[in-house]
Design a protein around this ligand. Sequence first.
Ligand SMILES: [Zn+2]
Length: 505
Amino acid sequence: MSAGRSRYDQAAKTQRITKFLVAARESAIDLNLKRFVFLRVLVSSWLTLPFCALVAGPTPAQTQERADILISGGTVVTMDSSRRIIDKGMVAIRGDRIIAVGPASELAGRFQAAQEISAANQIVLPGLVNTHNHAPMVLFRGIADDMALMDWLEKFIFPAEARNVSPEFVQAGTDLACLEMIRSGTTTYADMYYFEDKVAETTNQAGVRGVLGQTILGFPSPDSRNPEEALKYTERFIQRWRGSSLIVPAVAPHAPYTNSPETLRACKGLADKYGVPMIIHVSETRDEVRQIKAKYKTTSTQWLEKLGVLGPNVIFNHGVWLTEQDLGIIRRRGLGVTHNPESNMKLASGSAPVLRMLALGIPVGLGTDGAASNNDLDMFEAMSTAARLQKLVSGNPAALPAEKVVELATLGGARVLGLHKEIGSLETGKKADLITISTEPAHAVPMYNVYSHLVYALKGADVRLSVINGKIAMLDGVVLTLDEGKIKQKARIIQERVLSSLKSR
Ligand SMILES: [Zn+2]
């Protein structure tokens, strides 16, 4: 290597090093500058962001509450203690509960929901409570009409039941009944029938709320040879269903004239042991009053009082022929009465002292009774008939006004069943059981008064939406929890069996 070349190399090397050092310094300065700018931006963001938030208000994602279902735009009839009616209202649901009720304009921004349902041109109402039913009897709808209760029971219903009622029959009947109830706005019903465990399974599957009583009779019935067997069945049934979110199991001795004093005492003992209701037909007909009088020298209510089987967990069905003394006992014992105007009229049983019961503060609910004595499970008809019947028998058109009737079909019924803290009105914290009813049909236009429409103009078939325990059972007139076609087909097959069973007697 020559010296000249070496010197050149040295100079070039020095130049390269110098260049590198300058570049390095510049990039260091650049890095520092970048760091500075980055930190500056960061700090200023921290400082300015809260300020921006203060000025601009909360961002939606930060503050909106989660809801599962929002129902908005309808006329919300709350049935709360102030009987609030909210035009263009909103009901927000999360899980099985109502989390808000109010004007849609106030609540709309507060919630973010998985499902939003418009209730425009609809009434939003607490789900109807049918306090007396024999659900599977829909399969006997129209089998024998136009006769007295005792003839009807002894010549047709008891024989038809003895030959046909099985777990399969009960399941098919309960499916059909639940379908009809969902369609016509009932979200809770009280029942008494046989194989009630099957009724409970089917009702639970349909997503309907039920206070379901296993029937106990003093003679052989479709599911038990004697009352002892029926009581054992009932205890197993209660053990299975107590604590269920939809089903309240109950003990249901048929009536004071179809059960011995021992059985009636055992029934009440069982109801008290498990803290469940006892459901019983009482003073339904004059004939019953005569039978009890001949046998026990008193009225049904006073006979039950004497046996020590009355209390707040007891539900009387009908109570058509209650005396003033009976009413005093009912009030003192704190029990509720179901009023079934259509069944009472059709069987010519009489008119229950509804106005007197209400004046005394006795809880009264409305019921359809079984479809064989009605002949459908439409609570809108029950409301309309209840109002008209009291006006007719009292001679007073102001008796039992529409608002009171709507109360009997919702909160009043819930009180009779002991469920008024959970259902019967649309209030924050209560179970989400509600329906919507269209006000679009010709028979509902125009609407001046919402209670008047509910009682005198609207029909069960106008119900569009049913939500029970926070779950949608019917949406826009389509039942989601049941296979409608299959259920009707099965009912027609059973009809053939029932007809041939009656021919062969
Ligand atoms: Zn009944």
